[in-house]
Ligand binder design. Structure first.
Ligand SMILES: [Mn+2]
Length: 340
């Protein structure tokens, strides 16, 4: 099925739904929350009962996203009661933080004999711009060439000639700006710019959004930037630029309550490092609760960091990807290594 047909089928399913659960990935970023926010706005206008859900949300820094206050971090109890489940920006079923519940629905379905398809089960729709790891949705709108999930949501509104009010325009622009680093990254395509200017025409607040999406924000975040840049290492031969922050760095720099407020800067630090003259690949590492998280960035067409991250059990996009490993960091002569 062509994407255009899929976008229309998604609308058929959504508009006739009795209730819709809208799910974003665990520890949601602005694109995930804005994607949920846009769909909740549509459902509100249709007067279809809906619930937005994303686990481990950092409420205090994302309150500028429309409908963010409607997104709960409390696990929805009976998934089977929803007629449509919309999964946004998740990359993989494990990123929904509803994996066992979703797998139970899929298993119950396949155990129903064909003659006995009486059980009503939710219709699962996925909108995502990450590379595929596993297909599980009934309708999968996975378009890795798109800069953000909100860009796919824009196509969904366009394909079905749905009205986009200011809240929806703000949401779509937030996802576009966040996932392109305020239009600085190589994924800022012609389509991204065209969709963004359309959102401005519909009243989206460019200044407010760029301030919120881009700004280093807090003093704590600036301290994290400072330490990360101070510890930078660059290998001229391989073109790898890397930096790392250990638990000790964090305890020296931040009060415990400040830690959540800086979660947004790590990807930005990796992106910033990738623009170093002569760099081909940037890697930013950090220790968090006995694990090491890594963020890869590249501006080179020859490097696919999604594949690189997969080698470490992670994933992402061609130019931006990440992974998590158990262990801690040890500094070596040329860089850092993860020690279990
Ligand atoms: Mn995204």
């Amino acid at each position: 099925m062509e994407n255009q047909e899929k976008l229309k089928l998604a609308w058929e399913k959504i508009k006739s739904a009795a209730s819709v659960l809208v799910v974003g990935h665990v520890s949601p970023d602005p694109d995930a929350l804005a994607s949920i926010g846009a769909m909740l706005e549509l459902l509100k206008n249709l007067q279809i009962p809906s619930l937005g859900y994303a686990d481990n949300k950092l409420a205090e820094i994302y309150s500028y996203i429309p409908n963010e206050d409607l997104i709960t971090t409390e696990k929805p109890r009976r998934l089977a009661d929803f007629s449509v489940i919309l999964i946004l920006d998740c990359g993989a079923i494990s990123r929904t933080s509803l994996e066992p519940e979703l797998r139970a629905i899929l298993a119950a379905r396949s155990s129903d004999s064909e003659a006995n398809q009486t059980r009503a089960t939710p219709y699962i729709i996925e909108f995502d711009h990450h590379e595929v790891l596993e297909s599980f949705a009934d309708l999968e709108l996975r378009i890795p060439s798109k800069a953000s999930t909100t860009e796919i949501i824009y196509d969904f509104f366009e394909a079905n000639q749905l009205e986009m009010n200011k809240a929806i325009a703000d949401c779509i622009l937030i996802g576009l700006m966040a996932d392109t680093g305020n239009f600085l990254h190589a994924n800022s395509s012609f389509e991204v710019m065209a969709a963004s200017s359309d959102m401005l025409l519909r009243g989206a607040s460019l200044n407010k959004i760029s301030e919120r999406v881009r700004g280093a924000g807090t003093l704590a975040a600036l301290k994290v930037w400072g330490r990360a840049l101070e510890k930078i290492k660059f290998n001229q031969e391989t073109g790898l630029v890397c930096s790392a922050l250990t638990s000790q760095d964090f305890s020296e720099l931040l009060k415990p309550e400040e830690k959540n407020s800086v979660a947004e800067v790590y990807g930005d630090i990796a992106s910033f490092m990738s623009y170093l003259s002569g760099a081909k690949l940037a890697l930013f590492l950090r220790e968090e609760n006995g694990r090491v998280k890594g963020s890869f960035r590249t501006n080179s067409d020859e490097i696919d960091v999604a594949k690189l991250a997969q080698k470490f059990g992670g994933g992402g996009h061609k130019r931006a990807a990440g992974f998590i490993q158990d262990g801690h960091l040890e500094e070596t002569e040329n860089g850092w290594k993860v020690v279990k």
